[in-house]
Design a binder for this molecule. Structure first.
Ligand SMILES: [Zn+2]
Length: 108
């Protein structure tokens, strides 16, 4: 019997993917949004592809606020982008090559 892999939808491109291929964003009761790479933080979650483009677009187009019913101000957006950069090593482009490898020269 094939094992059922939980699927989640990216809030940006609306493609269903296995949960581990997405990154979770979580909003606490206080409405504070943060990235949740472990997927275990309590709160309301939204999922985005592990792609710099999807995450950045989802943040900038405020699709995450809507998904999480939380308000994102510029401070939170900046913090999310900073967190995203620190996780960039995990991000993969659509063709499967890692962003980290591609951008090595531009981030010495
Ligand atoms: Zn996506």
């Amino acid at each position: 019997m094939p094992r059922k892999i939980p699927q989640r939808m990216c809030v940006h491109c609306r493609i269903m993917r296995p949960k581990r291929e997405l990154i979770r964003l979580v909003a606490t009761k206080d409405g504070v949004i943060s990235l949740d790479p472990s997927g275990r933080k309590p709160g309301r979650g939204a999922y985005v592809c592990r792609s710099r483009n999807c995450l950045e677009q989802a943040i900038r187009a405020r699709k995450i606020d809507r998904g999480l019913k939380a308000r994102m101000d510029e401070t939170i957006i900046a913090a999310l982008i900073a967190q995203m950069e620190s996780l960039a090593v995990d991000f993969e482009e659509e063709d499967g090559t890692t962003v980290a490898n591609k951008s090595k020269s531009s981030f010495p």
